[in-house]
Ligand binder design. Structure first.
Ligand SMILES: C[S@@+](CC[C@H](N)C(=O)[O-])C[C@H]1O[C@@H](n2cnc3c(N)ncnc32)[C@H](O)[C@@H]1O
Length: 212
C-alpha cells in the first residue's frame, strides 16, 4: 500500500473532485475544524494535507505523519509552515513526542488498517494524546456506483480493491468498510462520549480520549 500511495501522490486529490461527494465534503470541511479548534493536533496518515488545510488555521500546532515523502511534499504547500511539523513515519510506530498532543485526527486511514492491527494502531495513537483529547476518525462508506468495487476478501474479513493509476499500473489495496457497531466496539476501551456521524458517502467517529 505504501508503494501505491507514493505512486499516486500527484493524482491523489482527484478523489476529492468526485461530483456526487461535493455536498458531503463541504459539510465535513465546515464541521471538522470546530472539533479540533484551539488544540495541538496529531494527524496520522495526512497524505496530501487535504484535511490539514481546513483545520490548520484553527489549531495551535499540528504534527502530521505519513509514510510517503511524496504526499508530504504536496501537503507542505497547503499549510503555513510555522504551524505544521511534517514527519515521514509509521502509523503503527509513531515518533515519540516531547509532550502529548491535545487532539487527534486520522482521515481515510482506518479503512487501510488490517482488522488484526486496529487495536495496535489505536493504542499507539491514543498513547500520544492527552486524556480528554478530542479525536476524529473519518472515512468512506461503501456506496455502489461511487466506490471502487471490492474484488477480494481474505480469511480475516479484510476487503481489497483493484486500483488503477493513470499510467495504467494496477495495485491491490486493502480497503475496509467497518460497520458502526465494529467501530464503536473498537474505540470503546479508549474513549468516552463516542458519537458516530454519517453522511451519504462518509462516516466519522468523534470521541474524547479516556484516562489510561
Ligand atoms: C487514503 S490516504 C489518506 C490521506 C489523507 N489523510 C486524506 O484524507 O486525504 C492514506 C495515507 O496513508 C499513508 N500510509 C500508508 N501506510 C502508512 C503507514 N504505515 N503509516 C503512515 N502512513 C501510511 C499513505 O501514504 C496515504 O497518504
Amino acid at each position: 500500500m505504501q508503494d501505491y500511495y507514493a505512486a499516486r501522490a500527484t493524482e491523489y486529490d482527484k478523489v476529492y473532485a468526485k461530483p456526487e461527494r461535493q455536498a458531503d465534503l463541504r459539510q465535513i470541511e465546515q464541521w471538522l475544524p470546530g472539533v479540533l479548534a484551539g488544540r495541538s493536533v496529531l494527524e496520522v496518515a495526512c497524505g496530501t494535507g487535504y484535511w490539514t488545510q481546513f483545520f490548520a488555521p484553527r489549531c495551535t500546532r499540528i504534527v502530521a505523519i505519513d509514510s510517503a515523502p511524496e504526499t508530504i511534499q504536496i501537503a507542505k504547500s497547503r499549510v503555513p509552515p510555522e504551524k505544521v511539523e511534517f514527519v515521514v513515519g509509521d502509523a503503527y510506530s509513531l515518533p515519540p513526542q516531547p509532550k502529548p498532543l491535545s487532539a487527534g485526527f486520522a482521515g481515510f486511514w482506518w479503512s487501510h488498517v488490517p482488522r488484526t492491527r486496529v487495536g495496535e494502531f489505536l493504542r499507539g495513537f491514543h498513547a500520544a494524546l492527552e486524556p480528554g483529547a478530542p479525536v476524529v476518525l473519518l472515512d468512506n462508506r461503501f456506496v455502489p456506483g461511487s466506490s471502487t468495487p471490492i474484488t477480494e476478501q481474505d480469511a480475516a474479513g479484510n476487503t481489497y480493491q483493484t486500483r488503477l493509476l493513470s499510467d495504467g499500473t494496477s495495485y491491490r489495496v486493502l480497503k475496509n468498510f467497518p460497520s458502526e457497531r465494529e467501530l464503536l466496539a473498537a474505540v470503546s476501551p479508549f474513549a468516552t462520549g463516542v458519537r458516530y456521524h454519517e453522511w451519504e458517502y462518509f462516516w466519522a467517529l468523534e470521541y474524547v480520549t479516556a484516562a489510561p
